[in-house]
Design a protein around this ligand. Structure first.
Ligand SMILES: Nc1ncnc2c1ncn2[C@@H]1O[C@H](COP(=O)(O)OP(=O)(O)OP(=O)(O)O)[C@@H](O)[C@H]1O
Ligand SMILES: [Mg+2]
Length: 136
């Protein structure tokens, strides 16, 4: 898990928490869902970015990835605007950029684009949640 700070366009600080580990079944998704709920309960506005094709965190937050209009891959590959892709979750104060099975192929394409990971920076700064969680 790592944490970094962005300055939003409105001057508010945005903390970005990344949960990633090559190893499987070590509790990444569980940690993100729990952390998002705890931060929201503490009054933070939370955006969870599900960058996993399994979409387990999306499902944990009550969102069926098969039914969403857009997902993280759509935003990273500029097929959709982030504001059109965000959905409410079953947890007050937690918004979600959903994962999707198609992310598996999208991530192959994104791996050949070194600056792809920076594509969420501007919309995050403009959206200005106080906390954002990402993971893979
Ligand atoms: N702290 C914990 N104690 C016991 N079991 C846990 C804990 N955290 C997660 N688990 C269980 O471990 C399993 C794997 O957790 P999880 O799906 O969060 O891992 P993951 O790292 O996201 O896996 P994947 O690599 O498949 O994405 C799940 O069945 C989950 O319920
Ligand atoms: Mg997982």
């Amino acid at each position: 898990m790592s944490s970094t700070q962005l300055n939003a366009t409105n001057g508010q600080a945005v903390k970005v928490i990344t949960v990633a580990n090559q190893a499987g079944s070590v509790g990444k998704s569980t940690m993100v869902a729990a952390l998002a709920a705890l931060l929201a309960a503490d009054g933070k506005r939370v955006l969870v970015v599900d960058a996993d094709s399994q979409a387990n965190v999306s499902h944990s937050l009550g969102v069926a990835s098969t039914e969403v209009a857009h997902h993280t891959g759509d935003v990273l590959l500029r097929r959709a605007e982030i504001l059109d892709a965000l959905v409410e979750t079953n947890t007050d104060g937690v918004l979600l950029l959903p994962g999707h099975a198609d992310l598996a192929t999208d991530l192959v394409e994104l791996n050949s684009m070194p600056i792809a990971a920076l594509r969420l920076r501007k919309p995050m700064q403009e959206r200005s949640p106080s906390t954002t969680s990402t993971w893979s």
